[in-house]
Design a protein around this ligand. Structure first.
Ligand code: TYD
Length: 209
């Protein structure tokens, strides 16, 4: 029995989803909710090692080996962190999840999206988020933000065309499943985006009882 509520955050580089989701976690905790904030890749001990291999690596990875590393991270993360927290009735906020694999390895790298969906289902035991927030931002704006704010990783360095495919992929995924997704324009001021996010999440939590 999963008594908790599972929210994932998705978006292209520089969409601000980590800061937005962390601010939301602090807000929900202050409201008396029990909250777990976590991220992919890197939400477990194994995941932190895989994150290193994935993001810092010099040797080029094949598209499938990259996909399987993200999936291994996810399988461990769901089993060790996400599912136990949901069973204990927590709200889980996860910075990237299954849709990142569809957007980056599927739309970005060109791997077959339906195969990736099947692999996601295996890796997660079929665990689907109650709500997925897409923080959408223009690719060039996002990459420029990202370059200013922190270390540049292996995926950031992909071509503009790659990042544009990722963004379009996200928009297609959101459109195909409108009951699960909410799309927020992430180029608005931080506080405005945060306010919209809080309103939506409080509404969904009330609806879920
Ligand atoms: P990270 O430093 O966490 O960046 P961000 O703040 O954008 O989340 O790097 C995660 C990178 O890994 C990011 O470029 C997206 C990519 N990624 C995939 O390609 N597939 C996946 O399944 C996941 C979870 C992430």
């Amino acid at each position: 029995m999963l008594r908790g509520f599972f929210i994932t955050f998705e978006g292209p580089e520089g969409s601000g989803k980590s800061r937005q989701s962390q601010a939301l976690a602090a807000f929900l905790e202050a409201q008396g909710h029990r909250v777990v904030w976590t991220q992919e890749p890197g939400g477990t001990e194994l995941g932190r090692q895989l994150r290193q291999a994935l993001l810092a690596r010099q040797e080029p990875l094949t598209a499938w080996s990259e996909a399987f590393l993200f999936l291994a991270d996810r399988a461990q993360h769901v089993a060790r962190v996400i599912r136990p927290a949901l069973e204990a009735g927590h709200i889980v906020l996860c910075d990237r999840y299954t849709d990142s694999t569809l957007a980056y390895q599927g739309y970005g790298r060109g791997l077959p999206v339906d195969e990736l969906r099947r692999l996601n289902a295996l890796a997660t035991g079929g665990l689907v988020p109650d709500l997925t927030v897409l923080l959408d931002v223009d690719v060039e704006v996002g990459l420029a933000r990202r370059a200013r704010s922190r270390e540049w990783n292996r995926l950031d360095a992909e071509t503009l065309a790659f990042h544009q495919r990722v963004r379009q992929g996200y928009l297609a995924l959101a459109q195909a499943e409108p009951h699960r997704w909410v799309v927020l324009q992430a180029d608005a001021p931080f506080d405005e985006v945060q306010k919209r996010l809080r309103d939506i999440v409080l509404q969904r939590l009330t609806r879920a009882g």
